[in-house]
Design a protein around this ligand. Structure first.
Ligand SMILES: Nc1ncnc2c1ncn2[C@@H]1O[C@H](COP(=O)(O)OP(=O)(O)OP(=O)(O)O)[C@@H](O)[C@H]1O
Length: 240
């Protein structure tokens, strides 16, 4: 069988301790899609991203990843080491043996990645001394350096000011439009304006279930959404 989806989940359920964090999740993401995950706090967005990235194992159902597509994930708060920005990026690349980079190559790749996110001038500053927005850009550089085809992001602009938010959004759009090939973006967001600006498709989660999965134009069409998923419609009305 030819696998052409970037990611497929079939009837996935995930338990976190005694909490049923995800149930009956089936979805199919194609390469090049930009998928926003929306829903209230605790609806299961982070859990779904972590499951997609293989950090959590389902207790039921199955996940198929495209055999040749590389994934990377960005977390809400980047975990930075007490070292320079350059070394924060380079060490992650060097330690990832699937990339097969020597230290010099890892540093060269990190230098390019920092340039890509506009942090070249801060390459030798301590990563932890950067502002919140700069730290998130550093995390983007770390992901970028792995040259992923699929990028998963957990609320990448939470707690950033509007300017820093826009910078991250621009990087996400640049990433998605790709340099030569379409890349896939899947991210959790509480910002419906951002979802409208960036997504091609929206998934709405509630209580660990996927209650809507629509093209962005349909998701933001009140009549279509109300008919397709009354809970998602009520959520969007409440947020606007
Ligand atoms: N480590 C954990 N142990 C037990 N339950 C957890 C754990 N982490 C999250 N949960 C629960 O799992 C459910 C899904 O949480 P999750 O963090 O995936 O939601 P979310 O939609 O990402 O929320 P937010 O928007 O606040 O980030 C919630 O009921 C949450 O309380």
């Amino acid at each position: 069988m030819t696998v052409c989806s970037a990611l497929q989940l079939r009837d996935v359920a995930v338990l976190l301790g005694a909490v049923q964090a995800l149930q009956q999740i089936s979805l199919d993401v194609q390469p090049g899609e930009r998928v926003a995950l929306v829903g209230a706090n605790g609806s299961g967005k982070s859990t779904l991203l972590r499951t997609m990235h293989g950090l959590l194992q389902p207790v039921q159902g199955c996940i198929e990843r495209h055999p040749t597509l590389r994934q990377a994930m960005l977390f809400q708060r980047p975990h930075l080491l007490r070292m320079s920005s350059l070394h924060n990026v380079a060490i992650g690349l060097w330690l990832d043996r699937s990339l097969g980079l020597g230290w010099g190559q890892a540093k060269a790749r990190a230098t390019q990645a920092l340039q890509r996110v506009g942090l070249s001038e801060l390459a030798h500053h301590g990563g932890r001394q950067l502002s919140g927005g700069q730290q998130q850009r550093l995390a983007m550089a770390r992901a970028w350096g792995r040259m992923p085809d699929v990028l998963l992001l957990d609320e990448p602009t939470a707690s950033l000011d509007p300017h820093a938010k826009r910078e991250i959004e621009t990087l996400m759009a640049d990433f998605a439009s790709g340099e030569g090939h379409a890349r896939t973006l899947i991210w959790a967001s509480h910002n419906l304006g951002q979802v409208k600006r960036l997504a091609t498709r929206v998934m709405y989660l509630e209580g660990g279930r996927l209650l809507a999965d629509l093209p962005v134009a349909d998701f933001f069409n009140a009549a279509v959404l109300a008919q397709h998923s009354p809970p998602a419609h009520a959520f969007v009305q409440g947020e606007q």
